[in-house]
Design a protein around this ligand. Structure first.
Ligand code: ZN
Length: 194
């Protein structure tokens, strides 16, 4: 007898950040799911509406990565500390100005967006992995990236799900190593701090 398949309706779509690769067919999906919530930070929602400006109190570092304008409008803005079902929203700006991670309070799993990548080896994603350099190339601000990586490490996640790469179990030691590697690498880069 085949295993039972549970089918759950999609009631909510949450973006970790506004990069093209993490949006997929959002407009088409929401057209099929008119009752679904669409959640994103107010900061990254501006990029989705076509406003690519930086705020005066933000590092005036050039934005990297691909952004597209979409027609869907968020049903709600999320911010640090919000709870969405079992997930707590953790602000982790760096890769984009309004990037967030999601921490599952049931089992301490961390959905890290692009705060880390696990493809081609675990890395703080501003730290270039030659076999998969795209998250690093898309990172907006390396110094903030490190701050966010440390903040997420302090959560002691039981499991790490990054936007690019496989899920990693018991990742804390590997995250600490990735942070140390990024600290060394960023210090060598002339534009460290940008
Ligand atoms: Zn990204």
């Amino acid at each position: 007898m085949p295993p039972a398949i549970l089918v759950w309706p999609i009631t909510r779509i949450v973006l970790t950040h506004a990069h093209y690769y993490h949006i997929g067919s959002l407009d088409a999906l929401l057209a099929l799911l008119p009752a679904a919530e669409f959640l994103v930070t107010a900061r990254d929602a501006r990029f989705l509406s076509g406003d690519m400006s930086l705020d005066l109190d933000e590092p005036q570092t050039k934005l990297n990565g691909s952004y597209i304008k979409i027609s869907s409008r968020p049903t709600r803005f999320i911010t640090n500390g919000d709870q969405i079902g079992s997930f707590k929203v953790i602000s982790s700006p760096r890769h984009t100005p309004g990037h967030i991670a999601l921490f599952d309070l049931r089992d301490n799993s961390l959905i890290a967006g692009d705060a880390f990548q696990t493809r081609a080896g675990l890395a703080v994603s501003g730290n270039m992995r030659l076999l998969f350099p795209f998250p690093a190339m898309a990172t907006w601000n390396r110094s903030l990236a490190l701050e966010s990586a440390r903040k997420l490490c302090h959560l002691s996640p039981s499991r790490l799900a990054a936007g690019h790469g496989n899920v990693l179990e018991s990742p804390v030691a590997a995250i600490e190593t990735a942070i140390a590697n990024a600290e060394q690498a960023f210090q060598k880069i002339k534009s460290y701090g940008t």
